[in-house]
Design a protein around this ligand. Structure first.
Ligand SMILES: [Zn+2]
Length: 281
């Protein structure tokens, strides 16, 4: 393995697509302030990460964003309110992206040039808007045919410059990989799947992955990095409950093992911004 990009979608648990937001938000329970254990773990293993922050929570977490930047991680933008992008037209998208970038920059004190769309719903026309607004990289592309929400971002005209890395005129796209087994894409790079598989199983899947790939992208969320109890609504069905809660308790320790395992096999955990700088992308 060569490079690994550890990414965090810095959002609240009530931003999850399948939760009824207002009721969850009203409980007052917040997971983003619990991110310090994760930051300490990253320092411990010497890994740098790229954080994509939802604009509307930037101000209330300004001290956390500054601490993230102080520890040498990169900060990008994850939209304004985490509503799926296919529910917004281009005018709304442009307006909310500007608002979100401004909020994240004001809170963090750093210039924001990176973007990730909510629920991987970014499509080509909105990618063009990002470029017009001066963003320099994005990481919204995932190849995962079975998931009903995800879109496969069209990158026609982009050059593949390295495994998972695409470029066009100074703009870089970092793909989130899946592991192809037969006709199935196994999303080993993050979310519920990363929590679901025990480490021994992940090790097998990652070994298979490493045979075909040089680079890897991981994505995680604050609610997956803390065992803090979440007051899920009683009406939530068992499937959503399982999806939200599975594997949370041991996830931080498991992630540390994954980072160590990949590092031993040559992967360098650097930010996307550092990567672009190193290679002059
Ligand atoms: Zn998200």
């Amino acid at each position: 393995m060569n490079r690994a990009w550890l990414t965090v979608d810095l959002e609240e648990w009530y931003h999850l697509d399948y939760l009824e937001r207002a009721a969850c938000e009203a409980t007052g329970v917040r997971v983003v302030p619990q991110i310090f254990d994760f930051l300490d773990m990253l320092d411990d293993v010497g890994a740098k990460a790229t954080f994509f922050c939802v604009g509307e929570i930037a101000r209330e977490n300004a001290d956390i964003l500054r601490e993230i930047a102080r520890r040498g991680h990169a900060i990008g933008c994850h939209g304004w309110d985490h509503v799926r992008l296919n529910k917004k037209d281009l005018v709304q998208f442009r307006e909310e992206t500007l608002r979100a970038r401004e909020a994240v920059e004001a809170a963090s004190g750093v210039r924001v040039i990176g973007y990730r769309g909510s629920c991987f719903t970014l499509e080509r026309d909105k990618l063009e808007v990002l470029r017009e607004l001066g963003f320099e990289y994005d990481s919204s592309k995932i190849r995962f045919a079975q998931h009903p929400l995800y879109r496969n971002l069209d990158l026609t005209g982009y050059d593949l410059v390295d495994d998972l890395v695409y470029r066009q005129d100074g703009f870089t796209e970092y793909e989130i990989p899946t592991l192809d087994i037969g006709k199935w894409s196994v999303p080993i790079s993050g979310g519920g799947y990363l929590r679901l598989f025990p480490f021994w199983a992940l090790r097998i899947l990652l070994s298979l992955y490493a045979k075909k790939h040089q680079n890897f992208t991981i994505y995680v969320h604050p609610f997956e990095l803390t065992p803090m109890k979440l007051p899920l609504p009683k009406t939530l069905d068992w499937k959503a409950r399982f999806r939200c809660l599975v594997g949370r308790r041991r996830n931080l320790a498991k992630l540390k093992k994954v980072i160590r395992w990949l590092t031993k096999r040559g992967a360098r955990f650097i930010t996307m911004e550092q990567d672009r700088k190193e290679r002059g992308l």
